[in-house]
Design a protein around this ligand. Structure first.
Ligand code: SF4
Length: 327
C-alpha cells in the first residue's frame, strides 16, 4: 500500500467515558548551565481514549518527544497533570517508576539503539511478559514466540539477535516487546523516521491495528503528516511547546484552520514531486528558550495582523489563533 491509498484498518471501539490518558496544562522545563530555563512543553492539554489513535505532529524541536517522555515517566513535569485512567501521575511517582507507568509502553525512534545487541530477541520480549506479571497480570501462557508472530515475524526468530534483522524488523521486535508488557497506552516517538520508505507505512499500520485490537490507545508522534493521516483518528499539531490545532484527522486534513497547520499540509510532497500548495512557511522554529512574544507563530505567520505580536491565543474550539477569536 502506498501512503496515498485509503487504508483498510481495524474499526475503533466507541470511546470510554474516562480518557485513558489525560494531560492538562503540562509544562516540562529543561535547565542548561548558565542559561535561562527552557520550556520545551509550555502548557499542553491532550487526551487519548481507549482504542483511539492520536497523531501528534510538528517540526523537529517543537517539544513532541519531550511530551512523549513525560507521558512515559522518563522526564518529570514542572507543572500540570498527567492522569492515567483517571489517576494523576505526579513527578514524584515518576521518579519512583510507579508500576502503573509500565502500562504505558514506548516505541523509540532508533530500532538499533533500543534493543540490546547481546541478548536474543525472545529474551528481550520475555522482559515485557515479566513486566506485566509484576503488575499481577498473567501469566496467561503467551510466549515471546506468540508476540513475534503477532508482529509478522516467525516464532523461530526468538533465538536470533537484533543485528540479524533489518531496521523494519527490529522495530517490529520493539513493538512485540512493548505489547508483551500488556500496555493500556502505546507511545510511538517517531517510530518510523529511521526506517526506509517501504517499511514506514507497514510499521505504522501495524502499530495502529495492534493497539486497537488490544483496546489500548496509541499516541503516535511523527513529523510525517502523510503517515499520521493514514493511521490517526485524531490529530494534534504542536508548535514551539504548544498545541495549536487539534481535531478529527479527516476534518483537519480537509479544512486546516491554523496557519501553521495549513503550511505543514502545503509542504507535503505529492506523488508527482510537487507540494499540495506553494510552501508558505519561512524560517525555522525559534529557540524555545526565548519564544516570541504574543502568538509564538507570529514571526513566521503569513496571516499575522495587528496584535499578534502581543496577544497569546489560547486553544479554543480546537484552534489557537486570533483569526478565529479577534473581534
Ligand atoms: Fe498567525 Fe496571528 Fe493566528 Fe498567530 S494568532 S497564527 S500570528 S494569525
Amino acid at each position: 500500500m502506498t501512503l496515498h491509498q485509503t487504508p483498510h484498518l481495524t474499526p475503533v471501539p466507541a470511546p470510554g467515558p474516562t480518557p485513558l490518558l489525560s494531560i492538562e496544562d503540562l509544562v516540562v522545563q529543561y535547565r542548561r548551565p548558565g542559561a535561562e530555563p527552557t520550556r520545551a512543553v509550555a502548557g499542553v492539554s491532550l487526551e487519548v481514549r481507549a482504542g483511539e489513535v492520536v497523531g501528534l505532529v510538528g517540526e523537529s524541536g517543537c517539544g513532541k518527544s519531550t511530551l512523549a517522555r513525560a507521558v512515559c515517566g522518563l522526564t518529570p513535569a514542572k507543572e500540570g497533570t498527567i492522569a492515567f485512567d483517571g489517576t494523576p501521575v505526579t513527578p514524584l511517582r515518576v521518579r519512583r517508576r510507579d508500576p502503573e507507568l509500565t502500562r504505558v509502553q514506548m516505541v523509540f525512534q532508533d530500532p538499533y539503539g533500543s534493543l540490546n545487541p547481546r541478548r536474543r530477541v525472545g529474551t528481550q520480549i520475555a522482559d515485557g511478559i515479566r513486566t506485566a506479571a509484576g503488575r499481577g497480570e498473567g501469566p496467561d501462557g503467551a510466549t515471546p514466540e506468540d508476540f513475534l508472530t503477532r508482529v509478522g515475524l516467525s516464532a523461530g526468530d526468538a533465538g536470533r539477535y537484533p543485528q540479524e534483522f533489518s531496521g523494519g524488523q527490529r522495530q517490529r521486535i520493539a513493538i512485540a516487546r512493548a505489547l508483551a508488557a500488556r500496555p493500556r497506552l502505546l507511545v510511538g516517538d517517531e517510530p518510523i523516521s529511521a526506517l526506509d520508505a517501504s517499511a514506514q507505512s507497514q510499521v505504522a499500520t501495524l502499530m495502529r491495528s495492534l493497539a486497537v485490537e488490544s483496546g489500548a490507545g496509541l499516541l503516535f508522534i511523527s513529523h510525517d503528516l502523510s503517515v499520521v493521516r493514514l493511521i490517526a483518528d485524531r490529530i494534534a499539531v504542536m508548535y514551539l511547546g504548544r498545541i495549536v490545532e487539534t481535531g478529527p484527522t479527516a476534518e483537519v486534513w480537509a479544512n486546516p484552520r491554523h496557519p501553521y497547520t495549513r503550511a505543514l499540509l502545503a509542504a507535503i510532497p505529492q506523488p508527482d514531486g510537487a507540494g499540495r500548495l506553494p510552501a508558505e512557511l519561512p524560517g525555522d522554529v525559534p529557540d524555545p528558550a526565548a519564544p516570541p512574544s504574543g502568538c509564538r507563530f507570529h514571526p513566521r505567520c503569513p496571516l499575522a495582523f495587528d496584535g499578534c505580536d502581543r496577544e497569546d491565543p489560547h486553544l479554543i474550539a480546537g484552534v489557537a489563533c486570533r483569526l478565529y477569536t479577534a473581534a
